[in-house]
Every structure is written in structure tokens, then in C-alpha cells.
Design a protein around this ligand. Structure first.
Ligand code: SF4
Length: 618
């Protein structure tokens, strides 16, 4: 057994209360490495085709990578399941300390199946695994439940994943909270956890992750830290987290404003790093062993919301809960995001849903509830909607808890024209009009509209270089090739479960050196691209098997029908011809047929065809 992996998965069946371990097969380690790749293969093999995401058979999996729990910088954790929001593959990442603890408890991943009859929590203390009653925790918010489990276990150092009322109520974009300020946010993993009546997972481990060649590993860690220090992107992240992106997106016309009606917002600077630092930040914080320290823990210091502890309002939340709702007071935005965190809802999707509801209200498609006016800029309305959605205790909450795609279908009329989603996942905070490759990225992302599967936008709107040539923002030629390279590398390194921000600095050669020294096996810089290509074919196959229609490889109608009203991209929208050109190019370069299906030849070439099926033993 090579070092660095723990060599086994922990399976828990909540239906029977039983648990067992299974060896990680050699072929999985050598062909798939860990993280996203393990999750994609296990989801395919363990889930019956067409499985309801809320069925007991849909596994909820927490995956680690071979470098998790070592001193390699900037590693995170990964949740994989079938998304109830999109019906597709879902991988969602979280920082903090939980994922290393899974390794210290002796596991490369935890795979939870079945459905408990009553609320439970899972207590994993090295080899000891207990399914404990949690009726007394049901109804608590995600942070209260975290504290309550720690108190019950009489150990403040136990690491916890928990859900809030939204997950219990199966709000389709519920998140899983990791400790107090990290979340696996996108796609509804919290609702899957809620469907299993699983309130929390607590883990404590006393093992160590062994390293094959400690000297070589130490040298590789020094190199990784040097890579991070050299990167301007990483330095910016250290200074201001992701919040400086508010100004960047605003200046380049990418910022969502009032449900993506515009690409700039008149008070964007209030939401940026400088705007936030005036009212919120106190100090930096980090996930285990990360030298970037992108978190800016603090407290709201002034105004109506003064007094509560908050993390940085990171870019996606600042944009989607701020400018996208026409709200410019960053203290109010921090308050709304904190409500989402406590109730356990993805603040990105929630911002998208509320933006949709506010526009529907202004168009007269939704009536104002309880005398609250559904209009942009109304913080009270946003808070009302968050509570209604989390507790699904009124008709509007029930409607919006399903996400914008389903809500628009239920409303009818022209509601789908301003429902901002791809494949059901609410759009990330980057309006792609004026950045052609970014549109293609959203069209093709394997979990629906997503900015973390390759984001050409910064290169496109700044005229940056790709392979020695300047990138033209509106050009469609060459975008598929550029995007595929980005997608493959990111997916390949997601098998490591690295943090994307660390990936801004750490070079592929350094990741390979870390892996080689840790495992004792030879790894090379170019294998992440090959592994990524394998992963993209695995997830595509899974999505097609689950009913994905390639016609869903598209963009929200607004990006095709409504020209941007202002900013450097003023007047631009996506044409059907441009989208068809890029998609055809994309399918062809991926080795997929004209309907977007991987061919037999491609599956063989990338090594998907020959992978054995993973069989669970109980
Ligand atoms: S960069 Fe930020 S999110 Fe990423 S590992 Fe470091 S502290 Fe965590």
C-alpha cells in the first residue's frame, strides 16, 4: 500500500444503523487519485440509474485526497452526491478542518447510504462508529447544532458537519456547514443529508498520514509555499479574500446587478474589500495549514446589524446577495448571508432566487406577501424570503425553495425569460455577456451553471494571454480549446481536493512533487490534465445516464435575448450562432458526438471504459 492514502472507505447505512469499511482498490488510487474522481466513479457505480436524489440509495459522500491531512498547503474537503436541484452529478467543496480529521480517523472517504427513521447524528471516533439520536437537535440552526454536538461529546476539538432547518425541510439548495464559517454550498447536498434525517457528522481521529519520503516532501512543501508567495493572485487573496473582485467585475461589466439585468452596479464599491473593511473585518483566518488565510473574520461594528460575528462576505455572496438584489449596505448583506449560513442555504442560489422573486414582484407576477414589497433594494423583503424559504411555512417559501427553474415553470408566463440558471443551478456571480468563453464554461459545467469548472472571464475581459496569444473577449474561435484545458486541469487537481485559490499559485510540477514524495509513486505534472479528461467523461456519462438532455447545454434566456444596457460590454448578448459554434467545437474536441455524448472510442482512450465497477460489500 502506498503511503498518504489511508487505504479504506467507511460505509454507513443509516437504514440499518450498520457500518463497515472497504479497502480502496488499487485501481481506484492509480487511475483516479481521490476527491472528485473517486466521487464520480462511486456515484456512478453505487447509484441505480434514475435514482431519486432523496432516495436512500443516493449516497452522500465526503471524499479526501492523498495530500489531505499533510502539510501540503491549501487543501479542502469534497462532498459528492446526486443533486436534488439539477438531477446531475454534484461535487461541492468546503474548507476548514473536517476533511483532515476524516483522514486522521483512518478513512479516505465516508459514504453514507440509507435513511434513518428518526433524526440522527453520526459519531466517528477513529474505528468506533455510532449512529446517535438527534431529535433534540432537529430544528436547530447549523451553527447551534455544531455547538450542541460538541457539548454532548464533551470535546470542543471534534470536527463537525451539520445542516440547518433548510436541509431538514429539503430546500433544494441547502448546504452542509463545516464548523462555523465554511460550507459545501452548491447544489443541495444539505437537502440530501436532510432526506437521510442526518443532522450532523462528528469526527475525531488520532492517526497520522504517513509520508513516503519526508525529506523530499518537506522540500516540495517549501516549493509550494514559494509558489504561493510568487503569485500576485494569491497575494491579492491574502489581502482582501475574494472581495476585490466586486470592483473588478463592476468595471468589466460582469457583475450581476438586479437579477443580471445589468453588469454594473452604481454602489458596487460599498461591497468590495475596502467597503467591507470599513464595517466588518478584524483579522485573517485560514483552513488547516493554509498560508493564504483568505478569511477575514470580524464583526459588524456599526449600524443596525452591529454585534454579530461574521466572516468576509466573499465575492459570490457580496454580488448575488448585494448588487444582484440592488442592496448596497454591506452590513445588511453580511446579515442576510449569515442568515443563510445559519439556516443552511447556499447564499449564491438564495441570492439568485430572491433576485428572481424581486423581478417577478416588480413585473406583477408575484404578489407582495404580508405587506412586504418585492422590489430591488428592499432588505426587509430579502430577509422575509430567506426565512420563508428555509422554513417553507408559506406558499411563497414553498415555491422558491424549489429554485428558480422550477419556480419559473410554476409561475408560467414569461417568468422563464428572467430565471437565471443553467441546468437548474442558479447562475454564479459572473454575467458572461461580453465574455464568450465564460458563457461556454457555464453551458458545459458538469454540475450546472458554475464558475469553478474553468473561468476564462478574467483573461477575456482584460485581454490577457493564453498560450502566447492575446485573448479576444468576444471571439468564439479557440474558446472551446482554452476552456477544455482549464476544465481538465481543474478537475484533475480536484482529485487532490485542493483549494482553487491555492491552485492560483502552486504549480503542476509542485503538486506532482508533493504527490510523488507523499505516496512513493512517480507522478508528473501532465497527469492532472489526463485525469481531468477522464473525470469530465465520467461525470458526463453519469449526467446522460440520469437524463441530461444536451439541449440543456445552454445559457439563461436573458444572456441570449437582452443586450447589456451599460458598461464596456454594452449592447452585447449571446447569439444562437455563436453558442452553436462554440458547443460544436467543444463536443468535437472532447471526442463527443454531435449530441454531446462521449463516443466509445473516447471512453476507451481516456481510460473510462476499462475501469472495473466498484462493488460495495454489504
Ligand atoms: S485559500 Fe482560503 S479557502 Fe483556500 S484553503 Fe486557504 S484559507 Fe481555506
Amino acid at each position: 500500500m502506498p503511503k498518504a492514502w489511508m487505504g479504506k472507505f467507511l460505509f454507513v447505512d443509516l437504514g440499518s444503523g450498520s457500518s463497515w469499511t472497504q479497502e480502496v482498490p488499487d485501481w481506484m488510487r492509480s487511475k483516479l487519485m481521490g476527491g472528485k474522481a473517486f466521487g464520480a466513479k462511486l456515484l456512478t457505480d453505487l447509484t441505480p440509474a434514475g435514482c431519486d436524489p432523496f432516495a436512500p440509495e443516493n449516497p452522500l459522500m465526503i471524499m479526501t485526497g492523498p495530500l489531505t491531512g499533510t502539510s501540503a498547503p491549501s487543501m479542502r474537503g469534497c462532498v459528492v452526491t446526486k443533486s436534488p436541484l439539477t438531477g446531475t452529478f454534484l461535487d461541492s467543496y468546503f474548507g476548514g478542518y473536517f476533511s483532515p480529521e476524516v483522514k486522521y480517523a483512518g478513512y479516505d472517504g465516508i459514504i453514507i447510504l440509507g435513511q434513518a427513521q428518526e433524526p440522527v447524528y453520526l459519531w466517528i471516533d477513529d474505528d468506533r462508529v455510532e449512529v446517535r439520536p438527534a431529535a433534540h437537535l432537529w430544528g436547530q440552526d447549523a451553527l447551534e447544532a455544531n455547538a450542541a454536538v460538541k457539548s454532548e461529546l464533551n470535546d470542543e476539538t471534534v470536527k463537525i458537519l451539520s445542516i440547518g432547518p433548510a436541509g431538514e425541510n429539503r430546500v433544494l439548495y441547502s448546504l452542509i456547514s463545516c464548523e462555523y464559517n465554511r460550507q459545501a454550498g452548491r447544489g443541495g447536498a444539505g437537502a440530501v443529508m436532510g432526506s437521510k434525517h442526518l443532522k450532523a457528522i462528528a469526527v475525531r481521529g488520532t492517526n497520522t498520514v504517513t509520508i513516503h519520503d519526508p525529506e523530499a516532501f518537506r522540500a516540495a512543501v517549501i516549493q509550494a509555499n514559494a509558489d504561493l508567495e510568487k503569485s500576485e493572485d494569491v497575494q491579492a487573496m491574502r489581502d482582501g479574500g475574494t472581495a476585490p473582485a466586486v470592483d473588478f467585475a463592476n468595471e468589466t461589466g460582469l457583475l450581476p446587478s438586479r437579477n443580471f439585468q445589468d453588469g454594473s452596479f452604481e454602489k458596487a464599491s460599498n461591497l468590495s474589500d475596502i467597503g467591507q473593511s470599513k464595517h466588518l473585518w478584524l483579522n485573517s483566518a485560514a483552513c488547516l495549514g493554509c498560508p493564504i488565510r483568505c478569511s477575514k473574520m470580524g464583526a459588524v461594528r456599526t449600524g443596525k446589524y452591529a454585534g454579530f460575528i461574521t466572516d468576509i462576505v466573499e465575492y459570490e455572496s457580496a454580488a448575488l446577495m448585494g448588487s444582484n438584489l440592488g442592496i448596497s449596505d454591506v452590513r445588511a448583506v453580511a446579515h442576510l448571508v449569515k442568515l443563510c449560513d445559519r439556516f443552511g442555504m447556499d447564499s449564491m442560489s438564495t441570492g439568485g432566487v430572491i433576485g428572481f422573486a424581486m423581478e417577478a414582484g416588480e413585473r406583477g407576477l408575484l404578489e407582495s406577501p404580508d405587506g412586504i414589497s418585492l422590489e430591488f433594494g428592499n432588505v426587509q423583503a430579502a430577509e422575509y424570503l430567506i426565512r420563508s424559504i428555509a422554513f417553507v411555512d408559506n406558499d411563497l417559501g414553498k415555491l422558491l425553495a424549489q429554485g428558480v427553474k422550477r419556480a419559473a415553470a410554476a409561475l408560467g408566463g414569461d417568468a422563464s425569460a428572467f430565471a437565471q440558471h443553467v441546468k437548474g443551478l442558479e447562475s454564479p456571480a459572473w454575467g458572461p455577456r461580453g465574455a464568450a468563453g465564460t458563457g461556454l464554461a457555464f453551458m458545459t459545467a458538469d454540475r450546472g451553471g458554475c464558475h469553478q469548472r474553468g473561468l476564462p472571464a478574467p483573461l477575456e475581459v482584460t485581454g490577457g494571454e493564453w498560450e502566447g496569444k492575446p485573448v479576444q473577449a468576444l471571439a468564439v474561435e479557440g474558446k472551446a480549446d482554452m476552456l477544455i484545458q482549464m476544465q481538465n486541469y481543474l478537475a484533475g487537481t480536484d482529485a487532490l481536493v485542493k483549494c482553487d485559490f491555492g491552485g492560483f499559485g502552486v504549480q503542476p510540477e509542485t503538486y506532482a512533487a508533493l504527490l510523488s514524495a507523499a505516496t512513493g509513486e512517480r507522478h508528473t505534472a501532465d497527469e492532472f490534465d489526463r485525469l481531468g479528461e477522464r473525470i469530465w467523461n465520467l461525470t458526463r456519462n453519469f449526467n446522460l445516464r440520469e437524463g441530461l438532455n444536451p439541449a440543456d447545454d445552454t445559457l439563461p434566456k436573458r444572456f441570449m435575448q437582452d443586450p447589456l444596457p451599460s458598461g464596456p460590454n454594452k449592447g452585447h448578448r449571446f447569439s444562437a450562432q455563436d453558442m452553436a459554434f462554440m458547443l460544436k467545437d467543444y463536443y468535437s474536441l472532447r471526442g463527443w458526438d454531435q449530441a454531446g455524448r462521449p463516443t466509445e472510442e473516447t471512453l476507451k482512450k481516456v481510460g473510462v471504459q476499462d475501469l472495473p465497477k466498484f462493488e460495495k460489500s454489504s
